[in-house]
Write a protein that binds this ligand. Structure first.
Ligand code: ADE
Ligand code: ZN
Length: 328
């Protein structure tokens, strides 16, 4: 476990829900979650599509802003215990009022209340990235982008896309990404997790994102690797997620180190930690064991994350200062 303060840029708020938290809410509300959990209490799924199904079933207990306030507290407590000082959480209006702007404002206020409390009590800073869900289609993404644009501020700072990368192409969602960009939001999208290098090229060219969620399939295309390195396009790499979902069969085959060596800006995140039996410190432990990452690399990677964070300049300076060795 590292003592270096950690910065996480790719965490799905609902996907970070501790299973016990979801079970507790299900009991409170009398909601049946058959099929969501294994006998040992962990989340149950067999493959990526099954994962998305379980994920969405678990969110049915998150019925209102108060549930999202409690979820935000639970997730930030979990992250702060890992030594995380700054986290960006993906949140989708689909699960927060179904794209209705009035309802979404209430959800955002509730999440921000929890985030402000955790910043005061545990020193962890959170920013929200509004996400559309790819398999819901381009039309469903438009109200998500509108929700993002209307609530952009010191808490909601980004717009992105998750979901099933096998559905459509990145460019199908350009209208929503354009709307978000014009509103002043920073942009990222899941690409090159399941889709190949072509999906990453499309994300860069058609959506003009400055960061890529995962992006690990870029390793297939040397010209793309050079492009990412030259243009400083940052990858939000989640190796434990990739191994758990079978994107790569084992850690030793994960391309994170090869991408880093080629000069691609690399950051490390957990994606949906309880689903993948991981935590951010475990990711770094595995990177140390597999690729020999030492403190210098960990500090460098977290500085890359601070520089790429969707936050204001003053917050960024604060994060970078905490990452200086003298401050640790
Ligand atoms: N939503 C939550 N986790 C995801 C992942 N790994 N890929 C795509 N969408 C997601
Ligand atoms: Zn993700």
């Amino acid at each position: 476990m590292t003592d270096i303060p950690l910065i996480e840029l790719h965490l799905h708020l609902e996907g970070a829900a501790p299973p016990a938290f979801i079970r507790g809410l299900a009991q409170e509300k009398g909601i049946n979650l058959d099929g969501v959990f294994n006998e040992d209490g962990s989340y149950r799924f067999d493959d990526f599509v099954g994962f998305l199904r379980t994920y969405e079933a678990a969110t049915t207990v998150l019925t209102g802003p108060e549930e999202f306030r409690r979820l935000t507290l639970a997730v930030l407590e979990q992250s702060a215990a890992q030594g995380v000082i700054y986290t960006e959480a993906f949140v989708s209006p689909n699960f927060c009022g179904g794209g209705d702007l009035g309802a979404w404002r209430e959800y955002v206020a509730a999440m921000k209340e929890a985030a402000d409390q955790m910043e005061r009590d545990a020193g962890i800073i959170m920013r929200g990235i509004v996400t559309c869900i790819r398999h819901e289609g381009p039309d469903a993404a438009k109200p998500d982008a509108l929700c993002a644009a209307e609530t952009m501020g010191d808490f909601i700072t980004g717009f992105g896309m998750g979901g099933d990368e096998a559905v459509g192409v990145q460019g199908d969602y350009a209208y929503s990404f354009d709307m978000a960009r014009e509103a002043g939001l920073r942009l990222t999208t899941h690409a090159g997790e399941w889709g190949g290098a072509a999906s990453v090229w499309q994300a860069v060219r058609d959506l003009k994102v400055e960061r890529i969620g995962h992006g690990v399939q870029s390793i297939e295309d040397p010209a793309l690797v050079d492009h990412l390195a030259e243009h400083g396009i940052v990858l939000e790499v989640c190796p434990g997620s990739n191994v758990a979902l079978g994107v790569f069969p084992q850690w030793s085959q994960h391309p994170i180190e090869r991408l880093r060596e080629r000069g691609v800006p690399i950051t490390v995140s957990t994606d949906d930690p309880p689903f993948f039996h991981t935590e951010l410190t475990r990711e770094y432990d595995m990177l140390a064991d597999t690729f020999g990452w030492d403190e210098e690399v960990v500090r460098e990677v977290n500085k890359t994350a601070a520089k790429a964070a969707f936050c204001d300049a003053a917050t960024r300076e604060k994060l970078l200062k905490k990452l200086e060795p003298a401050d640790v």
